[in-house]
Design a binder for this molecule. Structure first.
Ligand code: GLN
Length: 517
């Protein structure tokens, strides 16, 4: 395809946010087919530069879905506020018409028989799935370098990682391959790549977005959430996929917090009466200077918007990281036992000469990458009879302490804020051989997962020393996700008003990427 196919407006469509695209499609100023084609062309152009954000692009299915939405709109039916808008899906959510790999060799060739609940809801709401995005294998990682299909590059600097594990969804959204994407966040995998790529990423309250059809990593921590280039876009996608699902046993049977309403309210730019707590333990020593100054500046903006800022202490947060790296691998070691060479995807050495056990271990040996094997070993050890009390049991106690710290802090504050990550995106290759330094990228995001509460990351400028995006994290009590959207939207507006340029329009140019890679 060439951009000439779409006329002169084609490139512009990939710069528009989802809310505006939806408005234009529904007003029939532009068709969903045109919008979809523009994004498919952008994908083709950008992936050619080696971004590697997509594992599968479903061009024909996307155009057919878009045409169906256009027909409905012409006949007077609009399925939902985002009808006609393209979306990308992290490849650990199952899709009946596209492969699902979890970026692992072990799922080679697997075609899921049904759609994850979130995917079904996207389709029902008239969104147009463009394809499946790259990730760290089984969502284990913080840089996307653990993908069996190669690292994803950061659109802001192709020599750097986009973060992980939802790096494909984040990079694709940042660079305009899609206006919206779904990710999953177990210890920070939406918020951290959101911060690294200058996108908005949200981990909703645990149990408020269905995990049915999300390939399980750590079931008590995993949560699906939205990426967008604006807070409102993320809220609109959140509202499409969220809400009770009887197919997910941990789904909360409660109304979804009014996230879109809150994002719209926030955009009126007033935070009077909102009590914002700055978490002492989540800044300071070990944090990159440019991250700290962007964060401090963001807190100043919140004050100017009328928020009342206080400092809070959550002493157990420093133990969150080691606790997470016992709990998550423990659950993973159990969840990944289902990849036994019998039920899904890859099977190695099944030539009649080997026992079932031998085929199973040959398949796992060939099918799982190094990080996945490391997690299975750590988890199996932490759960073993001799280590359970000292490792897994203790980690669960820390989890309770983290929950208590949050409860105490939320007595004094409506939301808590921190930098989303201690540093900006690091160079590809820098941390991949040093898992502990990689794990440190999750320092600020893990507490919210351990407690099951909500967290949003909104871009708060670029770090002076490297020009890379920085994220402001806003955390709220469980089922109060709307507060994060209100604060995020108010901040976003003030940020753009101060700089005079909407940050969401500063999409990196693929031509520049090509030159640099
Ligand atoms: N980086 C963290 C890990 O490697 C978080 C992953 C995630 O949230 N899926 O486990």
């Amino acid at each position: 395809m060439s951009s000439a196919d779409n006329g002169p407006g084609a490139e512009d469509l990939t710069r528009l946010d989802a809310a505006e695209l939806a408005r234009r499609v529904q007003a029939r100023e532009v068709s969903s087919v045109e919008v979809t084609r523009a994004h498919l062309e952008r994908i083709e152009a950008v992936e050619r530069t080696g971004l590697n954000a997509f594992l599968h692009v479903a061009a024909d299915a996307a155009l057919a879905a878009a045409a169906a939405v256009d027909d409905e709109i012409a006949a007077g039916t609009v399925r939902g506020p985002l009808a006609g808008v393209p979306v990308a899906i992290k490849d650990n959510m199952i899709t009946r018409d596209m492969p699902t790999t979890c970026a692992s060799r072990i799922l080679d060739g697997w075609r899921p028989p049904y759609d994850a609940t979130v995917v079904r809801r996207l389709r029902e709401a008239g969104l147009v799935p463009l394809g499946k995005t790259n990730l760290d294998e089984f969502a284990m990682g913080g840089s996307n370098e653990n993908s069996a299909y190669g690292a994803v590059r950061n659109p802001w600097d192709p020599a750097r990682v986009p973060g992980g594990s939802s790096g494909g969804s984040a990079a694709a959204t940042a660079v305009g391959e899609t206006p919206l994407a779904l990710g999953s966040d177990t210890g920070g995998s939406i918020r951290q790549p959101g911060a690294f790529t200058g996108t908005v990423g949200v981990k909703p309250t645990y149990g408020t977005v269905s995990r049915y059809g999300l390939v399980a990593f750590s079931s008590s921590l995993d949560q699906i959430g939205p990426f967008g280039r604006t807070v409102l876009d993320a809220a609109m996608l959140h509202e499409v996929v969220g809400g009770h699902d009887p197919c997910d046993q941990t789904s909360i049977d409660a109304p979804l917090p009014p996230v879109v309403e809150a994002a719209l309210a926030g955009a009126r730019g007033d935070l009077a009466g909102v009590r914002v707590g700055v978490v002492n333990e989540l800044s300071g020593e070990g944090f990159q200077t440019g991250v700290l100054s962007a964060f401090t500046d963001a807190v100043r903006v919140l004050t100017e918007l009328g928020a009342e800022v206080v400092e809070v202490s959550c002493p157990s947060f420093t133990l969150g990281l080691p606790a997470y790296y016992l709990i998550a691998p423990s659950e993973a070691s159990s969840n990944l036992a289902r990849f036994d060479a019998m039920r899904y995807g890859l099977r190695v050495g099944d030539d009649g000469s080997r026992s079932t056990d031998e085929v199973m271990s040959a398949t796992r040996e060939a099918g799982f990458g190094a990080e996945v094997k490391r997690r299975i070993m750590i988890g199996t050890h932490a759960l073993s009879a001799g280590s359970y009390d000292a490792l897994y049991g203790k980690a669960q106690k820390v989890r309770t302490l983290v929950v208590r710290d949050f409860s105490a802090a939320f007595e004094r504050c409506d939301v808590l804020v921190s930098p989303t990550v201690p540093t900006t995106a690091f160079p590809i290759g820098d941390r991949v051989d040093d898992p502990v330094s990689m794990y440190l990228a999750d320092l600020c995001t893990i507490p919210a997962n351990l407690a099951g509460i909500a967290g949003l990351s909104v871009p708060c400028g670029l770090a002076a020393e490297d020009g890379m995006p920085v994220g402001l994290q806003v955390m709220t009590p469980a089922l109060a996700d709307d507060r994060a959207y209100r604060v995020g939207a108010a901040y976003e507006l003030a940020r753009d008003t101060a700089s005079g340029v909407p940050f969401a329009s500063t999409v990196p140019d693929p031509a520049a990427l090509q030159g640099a890679s």
